[in-house]
Design a binder for this molecule. Structure first.
Ligand SMILES: OC[C@H]1O[C@H](O[C@H]2O[C@H](CO)[C@@H](O)[C@H](O)[C@H]2O)[C@H](O)[C@@H](O)[C@@H]1O
Length: 537
């Protein structure tokens, strides 16, 4: 229902206090307020707030709100550094990199991990009601900057990087946190904050488990946790599937859909401003829910989720309709998760379960082929549920099935070749700073010219895995460019960025609703993955 609140908290997720504080705009970044800790119990603060409204005649000034916040809240200060249990600064892959400057760069990347490692302080466990952070039991590696907590899909590439850096214990610790979240909430939230409890993110938990199992072959860990991995996928199967009729056949495919029709607490004002032009209360609620669904996709924001009257994207963020899109990447990730579960059950000797998930994988693979694959262009397009047709716009996710290997293996090379031709036709090989998220320059952070790490991995790895000569040649070129951009940026600023600029190698990306962040978990993970796969022997 659109009336579902962001979460239960009457401080961090709903109610007048949140509205008044966020609308007073007292912090440079609106996430700052919802990351603060309460100095008193919730009921006391709510009582203080009632009195505060009375004494200010329900019309407090910005300064009034600031002093109210100072009297009732303080910096969250919930985290302390985590000493990574298996960290060492000379993992063996470094010796396999011939190029000296690349080896030095990779070695510096490894040394960033300890600077991003955190755990929750003991006082948070004792007094959890006073914090927005969800107290997860183990240490974790964060993305960086304003992203101080653990994030769902970021962690897939962080874990990849940790495993390359020979840290399986640290990787397991992070996955165990996500399993803890599934156990408690039935799904993995966007990030470990109560205000993220209304949405998930791309379902990569099973993918993380696959990375761990392949690295450690720890079957007793797998046996212990496989039912929680299934539970997480069932969340998507039960809550995110829609039926589509294509060529007389019904297919069940996934979309992002949170159904919580209120502004994101951490970006309250932005959402109020985005949806206000719609005037009508129901349409405003639908707009809020769609913004949250876009945040669930990880692509917040992009005009990939925006619709004009004709089904194009010649509109703006107000006209967001995320639920109307059947995204290529989400369905590929789910299909891959089904395949992983089948593989896990096979390893554990569970014949029936292996068949069950294998069948799910094959059904989804067929749906992806029949509904999303475009014979003319040779790639997969997002599908517009309302108009019942593909959205033929460029996104790097258009070749995500190659990354997830959701095809009949006999077609791998031809699909790789066609994807390479498509990239050429779209002019993608002309960007020296990375593959942009789209070709629309909208000012949103997941549109042109931003180049983010996960889509680089989709494209570079997808082309590589296809086995086609041309696709592999392109993948080497793109890998070289991406690593060069990362290195140049790092040499010039000493930072790894959350996103880059496709037009200017090494320059940080921009746009969106907060300033570019550094650290940066997934960028480091994808850089290490790319270096290992392309520049080491
Ligand atoms: O506060 C705005 C949004 O911030 C997050 O999104 C961005 O950072 C995440 C962490 O690196 C990343 O997972 C996501 O893809 C980025 O767009 C947050 O996840 C959003 O929910 C939030 O609205």
């Amino acid at each position: 229902s659109p009336d579902l609140p962001s979460c239960d908290s009457r401080i961090y997720c709903q109610g007048k206090l949140l509205e008044v504080v966020q609308e007073a705009d007292i912090f440079a970044d609106s996430k700052s307020f919802v990351d603060q800790r309460m100095l008193f119990d919730q009921d006391v603060i709510l009582e203080n707030f009632e009195k505060f409204l009375e004494t200010t005649n329900e019309n407090p000034t910005k300064n009034d709100v600031l002093s109210f916040v100072k009297q009732n809240f303080a910096e969250g200060n919930e985290l302390e550094n985590w000493s990574l249990p298996d960290y060492h600064d000379d993992p063996s892959f470094l010796q396999k990199i011939h190029n000296e400057s690349l080896r030095n760069f990779a070695s510096k990347l490894v040394k960033i991990w300890p600077t991003l490692a955190r755990k929750i302080k003991p006082e948070v466990f004792q007094n959890n009601d006073r914090y927005s952070i969800i107290p997860i039991p183990n240490g974790f590696v964060v993305p960086g900057g304003r992203f101080k907590e653990t994030y769902y899909w970021d962690s897939y590439w962080i874990i990849k990087g940790l495993l390359i850096s020979e840290m399986p214990e640290s990787a397991k610790s992070m996955i165990d946190n996500f399993l803890y979240l599934v156990e408690h909430f039935g799904f993995v939230p966007n990030g470990a904050r109560v205000y993220y409890l209304n949405r998930s993110q791309p379902p990569l938990l099973t993918g993380m488990a696959r990375l761990l199992v392949d690295a450690t072959n720890d079957l007793s860990w797998l046996k212990q946790h496989i039912s929680l991995l299934e539970k997480e996928l069932n969340f998507f199967l039960e809550n995110r599937l829609i039926e589509l009729q294509v060529d007389g056949k019904i297919y069940k495919m996934a979309h992002y859909a949170t159904g919580s029709g209120s502004p994101r607490p951490e970006s309250f004002n932005q959402d109020v401003q985005t949806c206000a032009p719609l005037m009508d209360t129901d349409r405003i609620k639908t707009c809020y829910a769609s913004l949250k669904s876009a945040a669930e996709s990880g692509w917040d924001f992009s005009y990939r989720w925006v619709f004009d009257e004709n089904g194009g994207n010649n509109a703006n963020r107000t006209f967001i309709q995320t639920e109307r899109v059947v995204p290529v990447d989400l369905n590929s990730i789910l299909a891959s998760a089904f395949k992983n579960l089948a593989y896990f059950h096979e390893k554990l000797g569970n014949v029936e379960e292996n068949n069950y998930w294998l069948l799910k994988f094959l059904e989804m693979r067929e749906a992806i082929h029949k509904v999303l694959f475009n014979e003319d262009r040779g790639v997969w397009f997002d599908y517009d549920v309302k108009l019942g047709k593909p959205r033929q716009l460029f996104y790097p996710t258009n070749i995500a099935p190659l990354w997830a290997e959701i095809y009949d293996p006999a077609s791998a090379q031809i699909l790789g070749r066609r994807a390479a031709e498509y990239l050429l036709e779209e002019g993608i090989m002309e960007f020296y700073g990375g593959t942009p998220s789209s070709l629309n320059n909208t000012g949103e952070q997941w549109d042109y010219p931003s180049a983010w790490a996960p889509p680089q991995s989709f494209v570079i790895q997808g082309l590589r895995k296809s086995g086609d000569d041309k696709a592999q040649e392109f993948s080497r070129i793109l890998a070289k460019r991406w690593i060069y951009a990362n290195m140049v940026g790092f040499e010039e600023t000493g930072e790894m960025f959350e996103k880059y600029d496709a037009e200017h190698p090494g320059k940080n990306g921009g746009g969106g609703e907060y300033i570019v962040q550094t650290g940066f978990g997934w960028t480091n993970g994808v850089a290490l993955e790319t270096i290992v796969d392309f520049f080491s022997c």
